[in-house]
Design a binder for this molecule. Structure first.
Ligand SMILES: [Zn+2]
Ligand SMILES: [Zn+2]
Length: 239
């Protein structure tokens, strides 16, 4: 065994001992990254709009906004509401440079896909993080989501997962610092693809608020040849 292989193996053993078999929230010994008890502090998005995942009284229809406005996304999958424990985990990961706090939410998202037999395309794309956020955060949360979701879901897919690159052409300030009105100004000109893209693409983002970032990315992908965009996020803001 080469030294490199040995160190990779050792790294994995240490990682598994330290993190894999315990709840990331309460540290209790647990199979998976979040225990049943800690999951009760999450609000699951059970009744929502069929397209944008906005919480509604019934899951049977589209919300008012989706009935009147045009979205470039077929469907947004967002199983947890961005409040309570979920909000706290995402904020710790993004603003306290502790990316491992996203692992429980990513695992729950993967479990949701498997439990509901949601068919996903095999071409995946991430909403690119701005250079400024990358610099302060030290990691790209959507790239981390891509890797972890691939780890959980690829063994259950028929075809291997491929990465579809998407770039920012114009650097704008982080979404959470922008007003709702400002967010609506985002459009496909803010993003670029390398080449012609596949027909059906899965678009990955961490939190969906107005859906404008996802929509602008989807518009760019459609202009580059995609016909259908399905989006997946860790969480949805409650209103
Ligand atoms: Zn726990
Ligand atoms: Zn909707």
């Amino acid at each position: 065994m080469t030294l490199k292989k040995l160190s990779t193996k050792l790294n994995r053993v240490v990682y598994n001992r330290l993190f894999r078999n315990q709840c990331y929230v309460c540290n209790i010994s647990n199979e998976g990254t979040i225990c049943k008890s800690c999951q009760t502090f999450l609000t699951f998005n059970t009744t929502h709009c069929q397209r944008c995942a906005r919480p509604t009284q019934t899951s049977l229809t589209l919300c008012g906004e989706c009935q009147t406005s045009q979205m470039h996304i077929d469907r947004i999958i967002a199983p947890i509401l961005y409040e309570g424990l979920c909000r706290s985990l995402i904020r710790k990961a993004k603003f306290e440079q502790r990316p491992h706090f996203l692992y429980p939410l990513i695992e729950l998202l993967a479990l949701h896909i498997m439990k509901h037999n949601i068919e996903l395309p095999s071409d995946w794309c991430i909403v690119p993080t701005s250079k400024a956020s990358l610099k302060t955060r030290g990691f790209c949360q959507t790239n981390l989501m891509f890797k972890q979701l691939k780890y959980h879901l690829e063994p259950h897919q028929f075809t291997p997962i491929k990465f579809v690159p998407l770039h920012r052409t114009i650097q704008v300030s982080a979404q959470h610092t922008r007003s709702k009105q400002d967010r609506h100004k985002l459009n496909s000109r803010f993003f670029a693809t390398d080449n012609t893209v596949p027909r059906h693409i899965l678009l990955i983002d961490d939190v969906v608020t107005t859906g404008s970032t996802l929509n602008a990315c989807a518009e760019r992908l459609i202009k580059s040849g995609a016909e259908r965009i399905t989006a997946i996020t860790l969480a949805r803001t409650p209103a």
